[in-house]
Write a protein that binds this ligand. Structure first.
Ligand SMILES: [Zn+2]
Length: 130
């Protein structure tokens, strides 16, 4: 009888021990399930990544628009000094925020002697009388 009680007690202890292990193992999946929602919480952060892409596209469209008004342009088509058609191959001279074109390479130095006089003529696209 004593042995039977011992075996029964031992069986009970083993059973209790196994149940404890099963419960412990059973709790681990629950513990692992807790971080799962946090990972799901991290998922929305990468989902918002495409949002900055649209401002970048808008920036690309704004860049050409800002460049066009900033570039100075040649205001005359006739050289204010010699009266020839403005030659695009000759670098224009910057004057009061605009560019003055020339018809021959001898005219830019002449323009430098009196930019105000020749520049005013370039505004009206006329030739300065010598
Ligand atoms: Zn000229």
């Amino acid at each position: 009888m004593t042995r039977l009680l011992f075996i029964a007690a031992a069986g009970f202890l083993v059973g209790a021990f196994l149940v404890t292990i099963v419960r412990t193992v059973g709790h681990e999946p629950y513990g692992a399930a807790v971080p799962a929602p946090s990972q799901a919480g991290h998922a929305p952060a990468p989902a918002s990544a495409p949002a900055p892409a649209s401002p970048h596209a808008g920036h690309g469209m704004a860049a050409p628009a800002a460049t066009a008004p900033a570039a100075p342009r040649v205001i005359n088509t006739i050289c204010p000094i010699c009266g020839m058609d403005v030659d695009p191959a000759i670098p224009p001279a910057a004057w009061e925020g605009v560019l003055v074109g020339f018809g021959c390479r001898a005219c830019p130095p002449e323009f430098a002697n009196d930019p105000a006089k020749y520049g005013a003529a370039a505004r009206t696209n006329t030739v300065v009388e010598p």
